[in-house]
Design a protein around this ligand. Structure first.
Ligand code: 9L3
Ligand code: MG
Length: 141
């Protein structure tokens, strides 16, 4: 039996793409097994959907925002980050273009975290190495 890999896309929404100092973290409210853990917002790419389109759709659904996408945060072993045994995730920097982020779907809290606050929330296991990589891109202060 072959297990198909599920493609997920997520955004590292930052205050400024050119000199980021804060990252937007979202606390999951569903499913129960993941509730209370924090993540980079995003979700599954639908069949036939282009990745960037999927990410824009997810951010509109989950947070009610429009974003501009920046560079991709490339994983050490190829573009995609292996977040679970069955899911791999691509991550892009993003900045807000329209809307104020609100936890509309699948989240119950949002926080803008500075570099020295990234360890203050319990991230999903799969997001931990991604956040560690992002920490190196956030300027202090
Ligand atoms: N996931 C992990 N980290 C993330 C995202 C957006 C998603 N930053 C995992 C959680 C789910 C799966 O990927 O098991 C699909 O995500 P969603 O469609 O439930 O958001
Ligand atoms: Mg999601």
């Amino acid at each position: 039996m072959q297990t198909r890999t599920v493609d997920v896309v997520a955004a590292a929404i930052v205050d400024h793409l050119d000199r980021p100092t804060r990252l937007l973290a979202a606390r999951r409210s569903a499913p129960a097994a993941l509730a209370g853990r924090w993540e980079l917002p995003g979700g599954k790419v639908e069949p036939g959907e282009e990745r960037h389109a999927a990410l824009h759709r997810e951010l509109a659904e989950e947070l009610g925002v429009t974003v501009a996408l920046g560079a991709e945060l490339i994983a050490p072993e190829g573009a995609a980050w292996p977040i679970t045994a069955t899911h791999r995730m691509r991550v892009w920097f993003a900045s807000l273009v329209d809307g104020t982020p609100a936890p509309l779907e699948d989240h119950d809290e949002l926080r803008w975290l500075a570099a020295d606050e990234l360890d203050d929330v319990p991230w999903l296991d799969g997001d931990v190495p991604i956040v560690a990589a992002l920490a190196r891109h956030l300027a202090g202060g």
